[in-house]
Structure formats: C-alpha cells, structure tokens
Design a protein around this ligand. Structure first.
Ligand SMILES: *Cc1c(COP(=O)(O)O)cnc(C)c1O
Length: 394
C-alpha cells in the first residue's frame, strides 16, 4: 500500500522543503562531473570545540547518564545556561523555572504553538524567515500572518502595518535577530516597540537568538530579555548549535517567562524525554568556556565575509556586509528572479546558493550565501561568479 494520498491535511499544506529540491539539483550537477561549492546551507564546517568533545567522551562512559533524562534538563545544565546569560547579556534567570532544555532550538520553536495556539488563533511570522515558525503554526492548526521584513525598513517588520484586528487574535509573535536569512540586527527601539505591542494585546513574544554569538566587528548583539518588560511577555530561544559548532548534537534551550516555558514543557513531557545527559554535560562545558574561546571562530567568519562580499559586489550583486550571522543576503540586479539566479549559479558555476523565495515571497530578488566553506573555496566561488558575468558588472 502507498499511503501518500492519505497524508494529513497539515502535511499536505506544508510548503515544499526548500533544501530537498536544491539537493536534487545538486546531485544532478555532481553527476555531470561538476565541482560543487556548497554555500547553500547554514551548517558550520569546522569541528566542535575540542574541550566540548572531551567532556562528551568522558560523560558517555558514566552509567548515571544512560537512563532517561528529565524532560526539562538537569539542574546543573539549566544553572550553566543561567550563568552564561548573566555573564554574556546581564540577564538574571532562575534555573528552577526560567530555563528549559530543548532537543535543539528547532524542536522548541516547532512545538511552542502546540502549547498556545488553537484554530482561529494567529501567529505573527517574519518573512523572509526561518520556515519552522510557519510549520509549527500549521501543525497546531493556527493561522500564520506574515510580517514582511524589507530592506527598505532595515529588515525589521513594520509593527504598525499589522491590523489591530489581527493583533487581537494573535497568540505568538516570532522575531529573529541576528536575522536568518538577511544577517540584519535589530536596534534597541525595535525591541522596545515589540514589548509594548505584546503587553497591549497580550501575546507571547518568541525571540529566536540562534545567531547571537556569530557577530562581526566586535559588536555583540543584545538579548531580547535585557529589555524592560521583556520577560513579562516573552521567551528567547537559543542553542549551542551555531555558537559552538554543535549543530549535530541537538542541544538547545528556551529562557524567560515561566508560564510560557511551563506550557512548552507540558508539550515536551508528553512527546519527548529530554536531552541525553552526556550531551548536557558537554554543553555545560561549552557554556563555561571563556568568551575568548569563540574569538577565533568569529575571526574566521569575518575573514570569509571580507573575502566574499567585495567579490559579490564586483560581480554586480547588491550586498551590505552583515553585522551578524554567517549569511550573505545578496540583492540581484533588476530582471533576475531568485530561482533563475540560483539555478544558473548551480548549473553554470557549480555554486549552491539558496533562492530568497525559499524563505518567503519577499525574498524575491535575493539569494542567500552561507559562509560555511573555507577561504580558498569562497575565493574560488567569487572568481567563478565574476567570470560568469551573469549579473552585469565586471
Ligand atoms: C539554525 C537555526 C535554528 C535551529 O538551530 P538548532 O540547531 O535547532 O538549535 C533556529 N533558528 C534559526 C533562525 C536558525 O537558523
């Protein structure tokens, strides 16, 4: 039997998973013997920091870690998160009820709407944006209201453009700075305005801070929770994935408003059984590393950015160097569609880049590159793009 025609409505109404289609095209190009440079997906290419791997190795051997963990995470793990928040952001958290362990932040982001959203409820989602905000909303039976984030507005949603009737039905607003896919950061005034709207209309703010530690020019972004009133209306998602090159380990956390975390925890305690404790031990080690341990990684991305961006500009793309994240959001010359440009790059130059439309309709006219390959390959990629002459300038 083939059950594909019996897939649930919620599965059938999902937008096609972006990277699946690109993967298929990539395999075709590879089969033709093309040398592929993959700057399409945001997955750090350098290994997890060595002390973290050592801590994991040691912890795996300890039998007390072999049993079911608690769904919310070990107290020592939650305490390490609270300490890190205080050290890095000046934000005080109570490990007892203001910190919740997650099996990667994606897990928590996807599950949050299940805890708060009923049919008829609205979730505000930035667009272009991380696809999981909409998927989680859809799975919970809610309605996504997209908030376009446009270059002309500094890649911030225009909070005054959301109709009051929509705000009144809103249960959650997702926000994400440093932003994927645009690499933008948000000014203090924006977070202040978000807190004000949330307090006025009584919705939850879920700030996704996955890239807070991947920043440039020694200018660290702030935590949403460091703004007055933020903990009263919201939570922040975070993870060790992008910060410590630990995407494969699946360890994340949510912090902030205890009643929001309790709702999310209720879902989790019924669906999963927490993070393998040895991985929590390794993550404690990561969070206790001095900030200087991350300076090398930031330098690495900065060098890559400073090689890649000028090359893209020379080839005719419109690029503002990002303030944070490892993404380059490049504007195409007039007349190019995102899809057309990314297919041409793959077909003619062997470069995998992501079409902006994969993140939402307002991504039309852009493509996203990830700085997750070495300097020599990035130099090779820009050389190929320049040589191709596709985007006009030389
Ligand atoms: C990578 C990413 C995440 C998820 O990371 P996890 O590995 O699940 O912690 C969340 N949000 C954004 C915007 C991301 O790019």
């Amino acid at each position: 039997m083939d059950f594909r025609n019996r897939w649930s409505q919620r599965i059938q109404s999902l937008p096609p998973y972006l990277f699946a289609r690109i993967d298929e095209k990539k395999r075709e190009a590879q089969a033709r013997g093309m040398d592929i440079i993959n700057v399409g997906i945001g997955d750090p290419d350098t290994p997890t920091l060595a002390p973290v791997v050592d801590a994991a190795r040691e912890a795996v051997g300890r039998p007390e870690h072999h049993q079911y963990p608690s769904y919310e995470g070990m107290l020592s793990f939650r305490t390490a998160i609270a300490r890190w928040y205080e050290r890095r952001f000046g934000v005080r958290l109570d490990p007892a009820n203001e910190v919740l362990g997650l099996i990667g932040s994606k897990e928590g982001i996807g599950h949050l709407p299940l805890a708060f959203v009923d049919p008829g409820d609205v979730v505000l989602v930035p667009e272009p944006g991380y696809p999981v905000y909409h998927a989680g909303t859809l799975f919970a039976g809610g309605t996504t209201h997209y908030m376009p984030i446009l270059e002309s507005n500094g890649y911030l949603p225009d909070l005054e453009r959301v109709p009051e009737s929509v705000y009144r039905k809103t249960k959650i607003m997702f926000v994400n700075y440093p932003n994927n896919p645009t690499g933008a950061t948000a000014p203090d005034a924006f977070f202040g305005a978000v807190v004000e709207k949330a307090a006025k209309f009584g919705f939850i703010v879920a700030h996704d801070a996955a890239y807070s530690e991947v920043y440039y020019d020694k200018n660290p972004p702030k935590s949403f929770l460091s703004f007055p009133g933020a903990k009263d209306v919201g939570i922040e998602f975070h993870s060790v994935s992008k910060t410590y090159n630990m995407t494969g380990w699946r360890v994340g956390f949510a912090v902030g408003n205890p009643s929001v975390l309790a709702g999310l925890g209720k879902i989790k305690s019924n669906l999963d059984s927490g993070i393998f404790q040895a991985l929590q031990e390794a993550s404690i080690r990561a969070l206790e590393l001095p900030d200087s341990a991350l300076a090398g990684l930031r330098d690495l991305y900065q060098k890559r950015r400073d090689i890649f961006v000028p090359g893209l500009v020379r080839s005719g793309l419109r690029v503002t160097p990002p303030k944070a994240s490892f993404y380059i959001w490049a504007g195409l010359p007039k007349g190019f569609s995102s899809e057309e440009a990314s297919l041409a790059l793959l077909d003619k130059a062997g470069i995998v880049a992501t079409p902006g439309t994969g993140f939402g309709a307002s991504g039309e006219g852009y493509i996203r590159f990830a700085l997750t390959v070495g300097e020599d390959r990035l130099a090779e990629a820009v050389a190929r793009i320049e040589k191709l002459g596709l985007f006009g300038k030389r």
